[in-house]
Ligand binder design. Structure first.
Ligand code: ZN
Length: 374
């Protein structure tokens, strides 16, 4: 079991393994990169290795320490996440004890899910930032020696969620790091961290996962059908977490929605199209619209592959009847241009441009590129 809980990220695994073998583990790391690429998973695995009783550069997975670490129950390993603020919480209060019973059980449940799947996105209601009291707790704990000769590991997930007070408190600890302690900050928004914090950490960049890595993990970890795994992997943008979240979405229904939209665009049916745009735009959640746009992109890419390379060129799935009929009816469609249009729309949605405006513009651009004037 060599760092097998982490999907891909071979370069980072080797970097950390070399640090362990050469006894050059840094006091503080910042793991940064996109969401859901395995920063927390790597931090948790690293923490497990640093505390394994076998003292190798991989965790044995069997000793008492490894067992406890796998359940996030190891006294030397603490995972710090954003928490709600307690009613009349004062500086110095225990960050957990100030919460209501319901909040405490929600935190416990979320951490249990995280232990089960390190790629799980922790979501605690009203937890908007990492409290200064959580960082003070870290400072107190770090001042004590670790259990059984292991290493105290503090994983501060979503480190950008520390407010100024929490950041400054952590900074003091990073400036005089206690021995046998390792701090691992993880973030997908590195630019939101204080430069003084960055300068105290060894920066470790995480790359997006490849489609193949995501596809393989979906099949082996979640027993997803190969065809669905391939489709989801293409749409997940390098994030295993996003891929897993997409599994519970209605992918088939959404793909049908994409086909309907294209049919209206191609047919120039303005009234029905306006209605459809209103429906898509009313999702409210921008990430849903982005996913929809990526699905549209995937469909157009399939059409391009089918037209230029034939059926063998299609990696993911067999061509559907709609794809075949599109390719035969619109042989001169400018598909590369259409793909560009969708790409631009995704950028606009990211910039918070009004959704109906983006989608209307897209429908006009798509009509122009897919139905060339004679
Ligand atoms: Zn072990």
């Amino acid at each position: 079991m060599s760092w097998g809980t982490v999907i891909g990220q071979q370069r980072v695994k080797e970097l950390l393994q070399r640090a362990i073998a050469g006894r050059k583990v840094a006091h503080a790391y910042l793991f940064y990169g996109g969401e859901g690429v395995g920063k927390d998973a790597m931090a948790m695995e690293f923490a497990r290795v640093l505390n394994c009783e076998k003292k190798q550069s991989t965790a044995c997975g069997e000793c008492r320490s490894c067992q406890k670490a796998s359940q996030l129950q190891h006294p030397n390993i603490r995972l710090i996440v954003p928490l709600p603020v307690g009613k009349s919480e004062k500086s110095g209060d225990d960050p957990i004890r100030v919460l209501t019973e319901d909040q405490v059980s929600s935190v416990q449940e979320q951490l249990r899910l995280k232990a089960q799947d390190p790629y799980y996105r922790v979501a605690i209601p009203k937890a908007n930032f990492i409290k200064v009291n959580s960082v003070r707790f870290v400072r107190r704990e770090a001042a004590m020696s670790s259990f059984e000769g292991g290493t105290n590991v503090f994983i501060i997930a979503e480190a950008e969620a520390m407010n100024a007070e929490a950041s400054n408190s952590l900074l003091k600890t990073l400036e005089e790091p206690p021995s046998d302690s390792v701090f691992i900050l993880t973030t997908s928004r590195r630019q939101q961290l204080l430069p003084t914090i960055l300068s105290r950490c060894q920066l470790v960049q995480f790359d997006p996962l490849s489609e193949e890595e995501i596809r393989g993990a979906l099949i082996s970890r979640r027993q997803v059908e190969p065809e669905q795994a391939a489709l989801v992997a293409r749409l997940a943008n390098g994030s295993y977490t996003v891929a897993v979240e997409m599994l519970s979405a209605d992918m088939v229904g959404e793909r049908e929605g994409v086909v309907l939209f294209l049919r209206l665009v191609l047919g120039g049916q303005r009234v029905a199209l306006a209605k459809e745009i209103e429906r898509i735009g009313s999702a409210g959640d921008r990430s849903v619209v982005v996913r929809w746009l990526k699905m549209l992109q995937a469909w157009l890419r399939d059409a391009l592959l089918l037209r230029d390379l034939g059926e063998e060129g299609m990696v993911a799935a067999d061509p559907t009847a709609e794809l075949n009929s599109f390719v035969s009816k619109f042989p001169h469609a400018d598909l590369p241009e259409a793909l560009e249009c969708v790409e631009r729309s995704i950028a606009l949605v990211d910039k918070n441009v009004y959704l109906p405006l983006v989608l209307t513009g897209l429908s006009i651009d798509l009509h122009r590129s897919l139905v060339p004037r004679r």
